[in-house]
Design a protein around this ligand. Structure first.
Ligand SMILES: Cc1cc2nc3c(=O)[nH]c(=O)nc-3n(C[C@H](O)[C@H](O)[C@H](O)COP(=O)(O)O)c2cc1C
Length: 169
């Protein structure tokens, strides 16, 4: 079976090595647009984004994570937040943020870019919020590091379906 959506889902790999070629604002906006077309409970669209290309800000953000090298290598970052004033249900709004982030990863893949979802940086989410000069109501969900991938084989593994499907009834 070939299908462009399924192909992108299966082809996408986390990319942590990038060429220095910049990511255009138009590409970043397209990726954010893909994120905003994720489903959200009551269609409340609680996600907010900061698009970062500024080298000095990237350097400061790199100091907030053990994935420093990935952040420094990436010509662009997108920080994804939940607006605490837009949320209505903690679980459902966090689920929506995850759907949004996955849409963005697939959007990057569709544009021929590479991306990785950085979660480890959440341990310093307050510092990230302050570096980006955002209001306290913005709760960091992830930083996506983006760029043109250095071409190389990237492998990942998944367990078999039998290990996930509890019952077929
Ligand atoms: C919630 C979450 C947090 C993650 N945090 C990091 C991270 O901090 N650093 C990193 O390099 N990758 C991170 N990843 C990427 C995973 O390591 C990656 O998706 C996983 O190993 C599977 O590889 P694949 O994306 O190539 O299929 C994160 C992924 C998720 C969903």
């Amino acid at each position: 079976m070939t299908n462009p959506v399924l192909d992108a889902i299966y082809r996408r790999r986390s990319v942590r090595e990038f060429t220095p070629e910049p990511v255009s604002l138009a590409q970043l906006q397209e990726i954010v647009r893909a994120g905003t077309w994720a489903p959200s409970g009551l269609n409340n669209q609680p996600w907010r984004f900061v698009l970062i290309s500024d080298p000095q800000i990237r350097e400061r953000l790199a100091e907030q994570t053990s994935y420093r090298k990935v952040v420094l290598a990436a010509p662009a970052l997108i920080a994804v937040f939940l607006d605490q004033e837009a949320i209505y249900d903690q679980v459902k709004d966090h689920q929506a943020a995850g759907a949004c982030i996955q849409n963005m990863l697939l959007g990057a893949e569709a544009l021929g870019l590479g991306a990785v979802w950085l979660g480890q940086i959440l341990k310093n989410k307050e510092q990230v919020r302050q570096i980006l000069a955002l209001d306290e109501r913005m709760d960091l969900m992830a930083v996506i590091a983006l760029g043109h991938p250095i071409p190389r084989q990237r492998r990942s593994q998944r367990k078999t379906l039998d290990e996930f499907i509890l019952k077929i009834i």
